[in-house]
Design a binder for this molecule. Structure first.
Ligand SMILES: [Zn+2]
Ligand SMILES: [Zn+2]
Length: 108
């Protein structure tokens, strides 16, 4: 195979081939010699559609936290959540209103 960009030769990544084989895919990744492309060529071993295996991102565990305003226990993916969504909206509105008042006073 030939690279689209530089027309150099592409070579297969054997490790990638072994990696996708674990997930029931045939194929692997090909790299350009000059490093300008790397393409995944995948086919399911059973002949179904082409899907790129995920590396586990987006599957972060949710944990519980207690909202500092309404004291409700909720779930979050973030590590420093202090308020539930509802309380956050209220807080932001209050801050925006306060900023608006300060601004109104300054231009009055
Ligand atoms: Zn290239
Ligand atoms: Zn709350």
């Amino acid at each position: 195979m030939i690279c689209d960009k530089c027309h150099g030769e592409l070579f297969a990544d054997r490790e990638a081939g072994a990696y996708v084989a674990q997930y029931g895919y045939l194929g692997g990744r090909v790299h350009c010699m000059a490093g300008c492309t790397s393409i995944w060529l995948l086919k399911r071993a059973d002949g179904s559609e082409r899907v790129i295996p995920r590396d586990g991102r987006g599957q972060r565990h949710k944990h519980k936290f207690r909202c500092v305003d309404c004291r409700q226990v909720q779930l979050t993916r973030s590590y420093n959540t202090k308020r539930c969504k509802g309380c956050n909206v209220i807080l932001h509105r209050k801050r925006a209103a306060a900023a608006q008042r300060r601004y109104a006073r300054r231009i009055a």
